[in-house]
Design a protein around this ligand. Structure first.
Ligand SMILES: [Ca+2]
Length: 165
């Protein structure tokens, strides 16, 4: 039943390799996260996303953090970091730790049925929720320019909302 066994070996290796962690969103977690940030390697920057608006806690949230517009969003296997997260009470807080400064774009989707795909209907309109590092616009897959954000020396914390059509 574990979703991890559904993830292809190559992806699983990528998922396990990076120091990514997920934890439930919790208003009391700030001090814990601050401690975590303080102990992180000073060479990199932590980027945290608080994602809300999930219609249920089914399945998993699949995330791909890209650092190149050549891979975003069509080549998740070439993303800079991949992660999965459990949805708890309709929310996810996830931190990508120790990122080198640069430009990034996040894309994620709510894989409610655990088939590792963003399900869509016959009009190719997604049936599962998804989003990017910015506000999702209507009209097809998001572009790098729509979703890109910059990481400098300071930790980033961004609130996002999942989109269902
Ligand atoms: Ca799915």
């Amino acid at each position: 039943m574990s979703a991890r066994y559904l993830i292809p070996a190559a992806l699983a290796a990528l998922l396990l390799a990076p120091p990514v962690f997920a934890q439930p969103s919790d208003s009391t977690a700030d001090s814990t996260e601050a401690q975590h940030a303080a102990t992180a390697d000073s060479a990199g920057v932590d980027v945290t996303f608080d994602i809300s608006g999930f219609r249920n806690d089914d399945g998993l949230l699949m995330l791909a953090l890209h650092n190149s517009e050549d891979t975003f969003p069509k080549k998740p296997e070439e993303a800079f970091r991949l992660a999965t997260a459990e949805i708890i009470k309709g929310q996810v807080t996830i931190t990508f730790v120790n990122l080198p400064p640069g430009e990034y774009a996040l894309i994620y989707f709510h894989d409610e049925d655990l088939d590792e795909e963003l399900d869509s209907n016959f009009l190719r309109i997604p049936k599962e929720g998804y989003g990017t590092s910015t506000v999702v616009k209507a009209g097809g897959p998001p572009s790098w320019d729509d979703a890109v954000f910059e990481v400098t020396e300071k930790p980033v914390r961004q609130a996002l909302e999942v989109k269902y059509w």
